[in-house]
Design a binder for this molecule. Structure first.
Ligand SMILES: *[C@@H]1O[C@H](CO)[C@@H](O)[C@H](O)[C@H]1NC(C)=O
Ligand SMILES: *[C@@H]1O[C@H](CO)[C@@H](O)[C@H](O)[C@H]1NC(C)=O
Ligand SMILES: *[C@@H]1O[C@H](CO)[C@@H](O)[C@H](O)[C@H]1NC(C)=O
Length: 332
């Protein structure tokens, strides 16, 4: 439960009691519905489920705005916890004084981007003066402030909690999970069944027509991004595909040296700060798995001498990632 310790702290207690009360009410209503169902069975058939049966949890409508947290009160009322959202009112929709000022002064991202990417003469002047460091610091802050930084949830709880914030093994989410007693899987709207994920992916992601990259970049950049971000966006296959293995919480060069000291020592030459390598026809490549005893994942048909040992055990599966591992041998 989300507690505001700057307030009286009674928010938590009330909510716990409300939660218990809800459970008691829900148990008794479901007992009553069952008795009624037995009684009426065969006399009336299959009317609209919603009429007469228990009221829909109002939080299924997602009434709270601006990251307010919805709490069900009794059966058909709710309360939005607007703590620290900068807004107030029944639905956290009315800005407080400072939020109003902040919203007013907040630069439009497109305008900021236009100014930063045009007026070369202006930036040349800025670059030539002592203003540069101060202004670049400001530019970075302005840019990072454009990204909203809301409190986070995880799939387990529909309220803000410390674990969702701190447990980096969970994929975090910025919207609370749908309350469990909603009529539709998306709350109150949409079909009663979620679409098949494969069908959805095909409809939304499958490319039917070749479209050249609009900024004129190439495949190497895509692979570079994948290679680099794998340091912190990495699935923890031991626990499950929904968990992230972000042990270092940032840039830790695990994509080059591996996640453990053991792996790192097997990959390093331990001389001149370089990694182990092999030379084939005068060209430098990563060493083989057999040579280094580093575990890698390759399809069964890949011959022994083509199984290259790289920091990340799945990188051998994609040519672009192997390419970067090979290129980096010149530096690392
Ligand atoms: C709060 O949201 C609900 C549902 O969206 C709406 O019916 C109600 O009018 C809103 N109340 C206020 C005070 O904005
Ligand atoms: C900014 O100034 C530095 C020298 O102070 C120069 O090396 C750099 O190329 C300049 N940057 C641009 C984009 O002109
Ligand atoms: C993080 O979440 C995982 C998965 O639910 C759990 O096994 C683990 O104990 C949690 N760790 C902490 C520090 O809460």
């Amino acid at each position: 439960m989300f507690c505001d310790y700057s307030g009286e702290g009674y928010v938590c207690r009330t909510s716990v009691r409300v939660g218990l009360w809800n459970r008691v009410l829900k148990m008794s209503t479901s007992a009553w519905s069952f008795a009624l169902f037995l009684l009426l069975r065969g006399q009336f058939c299959c009317g609209n489920d919603e009429s007469g049966s228990k009221p829909i949890n109002p939080c299924c409508h997602y009434p709270c705005e601006n990251w307010g947290v919805c709490m069900r009160i009794g059966l058909d009322d709710y309360d939005c916890d607007c703590t620290r959202t900068g807004y107030y009112g029944k639905n956290c929709s009315i800005p407080e004084f400072w939020s109003r000022i902040h919203d007013l002064l907040r630069p439009n991202p497109d305008v900021v981007n236009y100014i930063l990417t045009h007026f070369k003469w202006l930036w040349d002047i800025v670059n030539a003066t002592r203003l540069r460091d101060w202004l670049m610091g400001l530019v970075l802050t302005v840019r990072s402030d454009l990204i909203p930084n809301p409190p986070t949830y995880n799939t387990k709880y529909d309220y803000l909690n410390w674990e969702a914030y701190s447990n980096i093994t969970f994929y975090t989410r910025i919207l609370p999970p749908i309350p469990q007693d909603c009529p539709a899987p998306m709350g109150v709207k949409g079909k009663p069944e979620l679409p098949d994920p494969d069908e959805l992916a095909n409809k939304l992601m499958l490319r039917r027509k070749f479209r050249p990259e609009p900024r004129g970049t190439n495949l190497m950049f895509g692979f570079f991004a994948q290679h680099f971000t794998h340091q912190f966006f990495k699935t923890n296959h031991k626990i499950g595909s929904e968990f992230t293995l972000a042990l270092g919480h940032g840039v830790d060069a695990a994509h080059i040296y591996g996640y453990s000291m053991d792996r790192q020592l097997k990959l390093r030459l331990l001389k001149d700060g370089k990694l182990k390598y092999q030379v084939i026809d005068g060209e430098v490549y990563p060493p083989t798995v057999a040579e280094t005893d580093v575990s890698m994942i390759y399809p069964p048909h890949v011959p022994e001498e083509q199984r290259l040992a790289i920091g990340e055990d799945r990188f051998g599966l994609l040519p672009g990632l192997t390419m970067y591992a090979t290129l980096w041998l010149q530096i690392y």
